[in-house]
Design a protein around this ligand. Structure first.
Ligand code: ADP
Ligand code: MG
Length: 396
């Protein structure tokens, strides 16, 4: 067990009022939640607290408000409605967060009640972890529960603040996310195959570094592969590349070799003459990318090579698509890898917004062991960093 903090199981919540930070940062269109994954993810803890007889006050941010007051299009009301719809519970909503209206609504919360406060980021001080914000939010409950995994890497008022004043414990989602994403590094069942793709090496340096420390095989795809190509002396045409990171890519390959970690790079690519929905793909070998073509996806030989490596894995961690999967003609590489992971008899852990979108696009979410709900937070764990929100909780 890699989770070392107290959870809602370790504290008596009966008859207590709980102030709980959730991650209801959901996408909205015309005031309706278009993807309810994050609301669903918070339900087990909410249900547990309600059944244990706690009164529940929920708070979250949504989007990026300016912080100068209410912005109706970023209200949490649609998320509160979604929670009511999904659970069948009576969920009250308060259009205030820090003022007298909120204080009055909170004071009326009885055991079993659920109240959702308005967007915590309608006040700038929240993001700065202002001590007054911390005190105010702590005054809303006897116990603080953090279940907002997606923001646990941010030292902000509603994430870490209340823990300075009242007993603070984790919810089930936070526990499961942190446990899953740290256990794979502590004690992975081997072979441990890590797959990293996406656009840039620079945004994944910490992830790549930490994976070389623990994985047996590191599969690289997506735009970042071409910076590794440059490090190998291949030409890459007009592919995405980061000249400033070539040396770092070379160092990583060297470190991997010294540690006996196998790095797999694409042996063929699907290239196109421009980046666009109407671009046509053509397959070329790794060292034969024409000067006027860009790599858009891994090629068919690479898909087979990668699928073979994944087939033998006992643990797989995947972050970042293998190509520009948003365009159907360049989605085959990402799909092949997703199917190989789905079919493999392994523990599969997926992190990253676009990777999760890709898995959903291919309808393979059910076949994965764990799909992380946090983008930045999961990457920080994979980089081996501690999350401030988790650090602030009571030790188990
Ligand atoms: P995640 O959100 O899963 O962490 P990233 O944000 O790092 O993933 O990368 C996803 C993006 O990388 C996608 O928008 C995808 O189109 C892009 N990408 C993948 N392969 C390439 C490529 N060969 N050239 C340019 N962009 C690419
Ligand atoms: Mg992304």
């Amino acid at each position: 067990m890699a989770f070392t903090k107290k959870t809602v199981r370790d504290i008596d919540v009966k008859g207590k009022r709980v102030i709980m930070r959730v991650d209801f940062n959901v996408p909205l269109k015309d005031g309706v939640v278009t993807d309810d994954t994050r609301v669903r993810a918070a339900i087990p803890t909410i249900k547990y607290l309600k059944e244990q007889g706690a009164g529940i006050v929920l708070m979250s941010h949504l989007g990026r408000p300016k912080g100068d007051g209410p912005e109706p299009e970023l209200s949490l009301k649609p998320a509160a409605d979604k929670l009511a719809e999904l659970t069948g519970y009576d969920v009250k909503f308060c259009p205030d967060t820090y003022g007298d209206v909120a204080a009055t609504a909170v004071a009326e919360v009885k055991p079993g009640d659920i109240l959702v406060l308005e967007n915590v980021r309608f006040l700038k001080a929240e993001k700065k972890n202002d001590p007054e914000v911390a005190k105010k939010l702590a005054s809303y409950g006897d116990i603080f529960v953090l279940d907002a995994f997606g923001t646990a890497h941010r030292a902000q008022g509603s994430v870490v603040g209340p823990a300075a004043h009242i007993p603070a414990v984790a919810g089930f989602l936070l526990e499961k996310e942190v446990d899953t994403l740290t256990s794979i590094f502590a004690e992975p069942e081997r072979p441990f195959v890590a797959i990293v793709g996406g656009s840039k090496v620079s945004s994944k340096i910490g992830v790549l570094d930490h994976l070389i420390d623990s994985a047996d095989t590191l599969i690289i795809g997506g735009g970042m592969a071409y910076t590794f190509y440059l490090a190998k002396g291949y030409t890459v045409g007009t592919s995405l590349k980061e000249e400033d990171w070539v040396e770092r890519a070379a160092e990583m390959m060297k470190k991997a070799e010294e540690k006996g970690v196998k790095i797999l790079l694409p042996i063929d690519n699907v290239v196109a003459d421009h980046f666009g929905e109407d671009a046509e793909g053509e397959v070329v070998d790794a060292d034969k990318i024409p000067d006027d073509r860009m790599g858009m996806d891994i090629g068919p030989k690479t898909r087979e090579l990668y699928a073979e490596a994944i087939k033998g894995a006992k643990t797989v961690f995947w972050n970042g698509p293998m190509g520009v999967f948003e365009f159907d003609q360049f989605a085959a590489g990402t799909e092949a890898v997703a199917r190989a992971v789905a079919d493999s008899d392994c523990t599969s852990i997926i992190g990253g917004g676009d990777s999760v979108a890709a898995i959903n696009k291919f309808d393979l979410a059910d076949k994965m062991s764990w799909i992380s709900t946090g983008g930045g937070a999961s990457m920080e764990l994979v980089e081996g960093k501690a999350l401030p929100g988790v650090e602030a909780l009571l030790d188990a």
